[in-house]
Design a protein around this ligand. Sequence first.
Ligand code: AMP
Length: 304
Amino acid sequence: MAASILVVGSVAFDSVKTPFGQADEILGGSATHFSIAASYFAPVRLVAVVGTDFGDAYLETFRKHKIDANGLTFAEGRTFRWAGEYSFDLNERRTLDTQLNVFEKFAPVIPETYRESEYVFLGNIDPDLQLNVLEQIKKPRLVACDTMNFWIEGKLESLKRTLGRVDILIINDSETRQLAGVANLVKAAQKIMSLGPKTLIVKRGEYGVLMFHGASIFAAPAFPLEDVYDPTGAGDTFAGGFMGAVARDGEINERSIRRGIIFGSVMASFNVEKFGVERVTNLTRREIEDRFRQFKALTHFEEL
Ligand code: AMP
């Protein structure tokens, strides 16, 4: 069996409006999207906080995927809420509302039984908390991390300290440029890798993913889909599929990282087909493997 993946991040109720419909207070959050996607490949341990309004029906979603939710803290108050709206082409997102609620005082305590986790994903939270999580883990084999503009602007020094202990940084293209202070992605990647991460994965929405690893670059498209309803959580779902596939592989090298990127892209492509986690909670392994093969065909070509 694959080694366990520990994820720390948000569990939320999301309200999402896209040109194709809307959903109110559905299960979301970075750790939720990540763990459901990863659960198809490896055992997942979830560390997050929710409020007393987080009912048993939501826990059932985690149970269904055999996600270990012993690290989920129930705090007095309301669960984190986020609301966003997408533009016509779904490429731009406007945050309408963020209610931190119990998430405001989130100070992740890693349960004793989780401290030997080999694979760790630090979702987009305060970089000081990310570092604090790492200090509680004994000897991780692979640490991947996400962040966002808010922390790049407000806590750059803390973020740099965290990055010094991270193997893989997974962020979007605008965050890459902002973090490096360089517009060119190739140059930005070199600068970011000099801060610590050996690998940088740049998410580019419907244009796919670019991976930088030493002198090597790998590009993966996003799967061309006929129906895209809700991109929320695509990045975290990508990270979940990626880490899950790498953990299942058992070896950490450029081959497994490249394959992980395609599995991450596969999972993200399912995520956007319906609102929230609806599609990814109802997948079969067959569907995942089939789309992985379709991905291979999508980019296959032969030299003359
Ligand atoms: P993504 O679309 O991959 O960027 O992830 C969106 C998810 O991140 C949603 O499910 C939100 O609940 C969650 N989210 C939004 N803002 C924050 C925040 N400030 N901190 C943690 N999670 C957030």
